[in-house]
Design a binder for this molecule. Sequence first.
Ligand code: NAP
Length: 281
Amino acid sequence: MTKLIDGKIVAKEILDNLADEVLFLNKKPCLAVIIVGNDSASKIYVNLKKKKALELGFNSIVIELPEKTLEKDLIDKIEELNSDKNVNAILVQMPLPKHINPLKIIETISPQKDVDCFHPYNVGNISIGKKSYVYPCTPKGIIRLLEYYDIKIEGKHAVVIGRSNIVGRPLSQMLINENATVTLCHSKTKNLSEITKTADILISAVGKPNLVTENMVKDGVVIIDVGMNRLENGKLCGDVDFENVKDKASYITPVPGGVGPMTICSLMVNTYDLFKYQNSL
Ligand code: NAP
């Protein structure tokens, strides 16, 4: 019998517990978000993050900078936040305008305030299996989902499709750290379906509807669908042909309502973890 992995329930439970802990603090964790330019999707994401932070009782700072902001001025702003003791977590909303080098910006954020976990210090620690200040939000949310549903990772063959720096690569490292045997696939992978058929845990993070079909998976597989695709009819769907694949899976995430809620949940947990670290709690 297939079980649905419900990210909304898991995220709510984690965030309710977090809100209860925050009630008893005499100082509040503070998340600062910088947005440069007028990208409408970015503005929606930033507002969602601010709303969630305030709901939890965090302090929230949103700094809106004009599209033409110079790279140097953005760096100055980040350095100001790095040294501000009242700010625990810093996020620069991506994408940035083309004249700004995102790598330089990411490297400017203090690793101890790097709430997205993009800084090479944190990423490097994860890749050598050393403790990091934080873990990247979507992969962290996926590991939490597997833990919540008591899905064993150790010794399993995990196949990850997609090698982006925000999902596929860090997730592969985190699964290795959990003692899975990991195969990381991408657009140049040959015989994708031969590989996916051997997966005990299959995670797709590509952004292509119906990439994963029924004949690509084995019976009993655990499927985590990270993909978020907007169809012509306006509906959201993942990378997996959910209706036809679900009966072969032991567990599967829906889209929406699977991985998505866990990403913002992890961002809030990261903010709190950085706050605790900085205040030696
Ligand atoms: P990305 O940076 O565009 O990376 C996509 C990856 O998929 C690349 O590694 C690419 O390979 C690979 N790929 C493309 N076509 C492929 C194919 N036919 N077969 C195998 N691999 C293929 O994407 P991303 O930022 O990781 O996001 C991936 C998806 O997850 C998107 O739909 C995004 O909206 C969604 N997402 C959801 C959440 C959430 O919270 N739910 C969070 C982040 C992302 P190459 O490296 O060879 O180009």
